[in-house]
Design a protein around this ligand. Structure first.
Ligand SMILES: C[S@@+](CC[C@H](N)C(=O)[O-])C[C@H]1O[C@@H](n2cnc3c(N)ncnc32)[C@H](O)[C@@H]1O
Length: 258
């Protein structure tokens, strides 16, 4: 594992240099919240030539499996939604990070990091540790690397994952999965493998939309917290904490089962 470099993008088997930050040319962008990012499910997701809506066709996209395939190809467009200031009111990111009670030296994986809404906050919470901001979309990974540089976060590393491999090559103290659990395929196998990357005492935190929430993906793609618990029990975890302060999402924290 190479030392942290702000301009580096780590992919599972190679290291590439991120391009300089591109200027967003988002004429006509639908800035309203929508899709899985947390807007009202009935509102449109960001509209752009390279974006594929989850319910639309997914040419060259992910395969349908046990997870919910979805493309997030246009990071600049999705940033309008994921990093919308209005999101803070219901997402309560600072309170979520505070509740995780991270040591300043912690190594954290933000799995399905998107544009880094949580990653940047996590990076500030672990000034002597580091954050692996992991995403399966190359566009997101470039955006994350650019954002780390732009915000001077040398402990924030962008990692490109595949659908079956999160690309975690070191022991991590926490894996945080926000609004992404339902996108992951073959979850029992996936999280059983990820369990082996947890440091002693390491945790897995899942934040995702309640079935009753008007936000997030369509109801048929939401996963009940009980199902998350059952799947992760099969993958070798046990629930240790359940936070109830988020209005639209459940927030579950797991450890390795003995
Ligand atoms: C709804 S967004 C959530 C982004 C971020 N966690 C947030 O709260 O703003 C889901 C993200 O997960 C990514 N994703 C989907 N499947 C993934 C997988 N198997 N591994 C890593 N990232 C994945 C998508 O590309 C997308 O950026």
């Amino acid at each position: 594992m190479p030392p942290p470099r702000v301009t580096s993008v780590i992919v599972p088997f190679r290291l590439v240099t991120a391009p300089v930050c591109r200027v967003a040319a988002l004429v006509g962008l639908v800035a309203a919240l929508g899709g899985c990012g947390g807007g009202q499910a009935s509102e449109p997701a960001p509209s752009h030539a390279t974006h594929h809506h989850p319910e639309g066709d997914e040419p060259g996209g992910h395969h349908h499996g046990h997870g919910m395939p979805h493309r997030f190809e246009d990071a600049e467009a999705w940033a309008q939604e994921f990093d919308a200031p209005e999101r803070d009111a219901w997402q309560m990111p600072d309170r979520v990070v505070e509740a995780l009670a991270l040591a300043p030296t912690a190594v954290v994986a933000d799995l399905g990091a998107g544009t880094g809404y949580f990653s940047v906050r996590l990076a500030r919470a672990v000034p002597e540790g580091r954050v692996l901001a992991i995403d399966v979309e190359a566009s997101m990974v470039r955006y994350l690397a650019d954002r780390a540089q732009r915000e001077g976060l040398s402990n924030l590393l962008a990692v490109e994952a595949t659908a079956t491999d999160p690309g975690v090559r070191e022991a991590v103290d926490l894996v945080l999965v926000v609004d992404t659990y339902h996108h992951i395929e073959n979850r029992v196998v996936y999280f059983a493998a990820l369990r082996e990357r947890l440091a002693p005492g390491g945790r897995l935190a899942i934040v995702d939309f309640r079935l009753s929430s008007d936000r997030g993906p369509p109801a048929e793609h939401k996963i009940a917290p009980e199902v998350v618990g059952e799947e992760l029990a099969q993958a070798g975890y046990r629930l240790v904490t359940q936070h109830d302060f988020l209005p639209d999402q459940y927030f579950l924290v797991f450890e390795r089962a003995p």
